[in-house]
Design a protein around this ligand. Structure first.
Ligand SMILES: [Zn+2]
Length: 467
């Protein structure tokens, strides 16, 4: 059986400052090496000051993944020399004196499959190495320490995944969960990175390092399974090794250096005392925790009778569920859910479009009211929504400006219906013998009115005329 385990590194992008100093956690906007200070540069005589908010956010993640949360946590030094690490050690966590990481064991369901979480740890991110130069001979490596010391949460799973599809489903659930907790923005470049270990039946375990996006993780796992299977088919032993993901060529490559856990010479970080996260703090965090995605989904289905599939889409995306929760009432909930999941999704499917969108919750309420009272057809509502997202104008203004109001005047509609009846004698005959086919004529009226005819009234009038 194929076994896949993951180590997910997720940046706490919603924090103000780094893990042990007051430099900004959001390093992306800065010129290289300007978001640094003596603490994150590891200069002699400096001491780390732990960011309390980082402890809280990481605890929230542990709780949301149903992990145990120890009352006493400790930090360790992981010693290694690498240019991206100014102190020559990384402050991280390790469970050698019992469970002292921010999160202990836990589980999460991925479809019908239970995935076990081994632990969750809080640590600092190293700096960034940037490779430049055109050939391997004159390559230059630049180092930018703006990222050094930013808060990172590592989520380690047991090798419970059996195929890349389960990995992808888990990543989708995890990104939604992190976004819902308001701890991280998974869409930011480099915010989600991962290592994976993969072994197929009868083969050795292979570690894949350096996977810089969730998107590539599934690809890397897939590539590695195929590579190992092809070795097995040719009766070549699969070496136990560490491989790197080459994101340009989309393949894994054997790494020359072999790093073992023992080489890091972990020891307790003496500059940070053991931290007590008492039951009272844990209780407070539990109370502050945003409503979970599954509980939102449940609420939408049971309280408003929204179809399951629509509720899944609505609840798993914070942007949509926030809009829904702000705008709906008991009466219009279904209609608003429908507008969001059928018409709005295509208009705000990227981060940029969401940031530029001028839509307010009040617009959605107005749209639903107008559809429900028959003043606006769904087609016209869709057109109006497009305009609102772009301009932020009031619905009433958009309706008059673009002449979107329903044709619900009987005389006016009858004129159009008479015209259609004379144009479509065959369809009329057919509708007389088979009432179902009358919808074709309704469609013709809609076409003629550019989707503005009141559909209920149109059907009623047509039935009267033909029947
Ligand atoms: Zn700093």
């Amino acid at each position: 059986m194929t076994k896949i385990g993951l180590e997910i590194h997720c940046q706490l992008t919603k924090l103000e400052s780094k893990l042990f100093c007051s430099c900004k956690a959001d390093y992306r906007e800065y010129e290289p090496n300007t978001n640094v200070c003596p603490i994150c540069m590891g200069l002699p005589g400096t001491l780390p000051r732990l960011n309390q908010k980082a402890i809280e956010k990481a605890t929230l993640i542990a709780m949301a993944l149903n992990c145990s949360t120890p009352e006493k946590i400790a930090f360790f030094r992981k010693n290694y020399f690498y240019p991206d690490l100014p102190k020559n050690f990384q402050i991280t966590q390790l469970n050698i004196y019992g469970d002292t990481s921010i999160g202990g064991t836990g589980t999460i369901m991925v479809g019908d499959k239970k995935i076990h979480i081994t632990r969750i740890q809080l640590e600092e991110d190293p700096g960034r190495l940037i490779y430049e130069g055109s050939s391997s001979k004159n390559q230059i490596t630049l180092v930018d320490y703006n990222r050094a010391g930013t808060p990172l949460v590592e989520i380690v799973t047991e090798p419970d995944f059996e195929n890349p599809k389960q990995v992808r489903e888990f990543l989708n659930i995890l990104s939604d969960l992190l976004e819902n907790l308001d701890v991280s923005d998974p869409s930011l470049e480099g915010a989600m990175r991962a290592d994976a270990n993969v072994s197929i039946e009868g083969g050795n375990k292979v570690e894949i390092k350096n996977i810089n996006s969730f998107h590539d993780l599934e690809k890397a796992v897939h590539f590695e399974i195929t590579r190992q299977e092809s070795l097995r088919d040719r009766e070549i032993t699969i070496a136990q090794e560490t491989r790197h993901w080459d994101d340009k060529r989309k393949i894994t490559i054997s790494s020359r250096s072999k790093e073992e856990e023992l080489d890091y010479r972990y020891f307790l970080e003496g500059d940070i005392p053991w931290i007590i996260i008492g039951k009272d703090i844990q209780e407070k965090l539990k109370l502050e925790m945003p409503e979970s995605i599954s509980s939102k989904k449940e609420r939408y289905v049971t309280k408003y009778d929204i179809p399951n599939q629509v509720a899944v889409v609505l609840s798993s995306d914070k942007f949509y569920s926030n809009l829904f929760d702000k705008s709906h009432t008991e009466k219009n909930a279904k209609e608003i859910a429908n507008i969001i999941t059928t018409d709005l999704m295509g208009l705000v499917d990227t981060r940029e479009k969401r940031e530029n969108s001028k839509l307010q919750s009040s617009h959605l309420r107005d749209l639903a009211d107008n559809i429900q009272s028959g003043k606006l057809t769904r087609t016209s509502a869709k057109n109006a929504l497009y305009e609102i997202v772009k301009s932020g104008k009031e619905l009433s203004q958009v309706i008059s400006e673009f002449d979107l109001g329903n044709v619900s005047d009987e005389d006016e509609l009858l004129k159009i219906i008479n015209q259609i009846i004379s144009e479509e004698p065959q369809a009329v005959e057919q509708a007389k013998s088979n009432p179902q086919t009358i919808n074709f004529l309704v469609g013709k009226v809609m076409q003629k009115t550019k989707g503005k005819a009141d559909p209920r009234l149109t059907l009623e009038l047509l039935q009267k005329k033909i029947g």
